[in-house]
Design a protein around this ligand. Structure first.
Ligand code: CA
Length: 219
């Protein structure tokens, strides 16, 4: 899952980015409202973590801007403004959830998973596809009722594919899901992950669509 973190406090930004990466998220971090808008124009995010008090452009304006161009990404507002009117304003402007500083990183990760789940219309925390089950919260995977050992990035590739059966994801789209900015990407990394997933799930599980990318067929 690819997240945009918008936070001007260096210490909080660094610790949230590091913590969520360890949790298997790919996290891009920007430190002001204008950079956030630029990032939102150029990348597709599964969720945005948005501070409200930001240089250049206020977080509330960033949020309103996202919703006015119908950017559907769920937004979790992170802020010290814990007064009730601010919370109401944030939710009314299109935020999906609200955490007040200081917050617990595990709780933040759980809230991100919950808003993404709701946005995708899944009430259940587990993604099921044919005989495969993936739990994004615990990174546990089972296939044919047997535990399936996956690295964090194999899990991310597989999650991206089985969340939308029938959709073709290009190599670049898969790279976006598993790497954040500034992380070095091996040129054939996606092929390597697909190859190892096929060894674990059978050659037919993930289809190659020549010249376009990869997909799993509709179940
Ligand atoms: Ca701030």
């Amino acid at each position: 899952m690819r997240l945009l973190l918008v936070e001007d406090d260096r210490m909080i930004g660094e610790s949230v980015q590091k913590g969520l990466r360890l949790d298997g998220f790919s996290v891009d971090w920007v430190q002001d409202g204008s950079s956030a808008e630029l990032a939102l124009e150029t990348e597709r995010y599964d969720c945005v973590l948005l501070d409200l008090g930001l240089p250049k452009k206020d977080g509330m304006d960033v949020l309103r801007g996202m919703r006015s161009v119908r950017n559907p990404a769920p937004v979790v507002v992170i802020t010290a403004r814990d007064a009730v009117p601010d919370r109401i304003k944030g939710l009314d402007a299109g935020a999906d959830d609200y955490v007040v500083k200081p917050f617990d990183l595990d709780e933040l990760a759980a809230r991100v998973r919950a808003v993404v789940r709701r946005r995708e219309g899944r009430a259940e925390p587990v993604i099921e596809y044919l005989e495969l089950a993936l739990n994004p919260a615990t990174h546990e995977a089972t296939y044919r009722e047997q535990p399936l050992a996956l690295s964090a990035r194999e899990f991310a590739v597989l999650e991206a594919l089985v969340s939308r059966p029938g959709a073709i994801l290009s190599r670049a789209q898969l790279e976006e899901r598993i790497y954040g900015w500034g992380e070095e990407i091996e040129s054939n990394a996606v092929e390597v992950f697909i190859h190892s997933l096929r060894r674990k799930l059978g050659a037919e599980f993930i289809r190659t669509v020549r010249g376009a990318g990869y997909m799993v067929p509709k179940g």
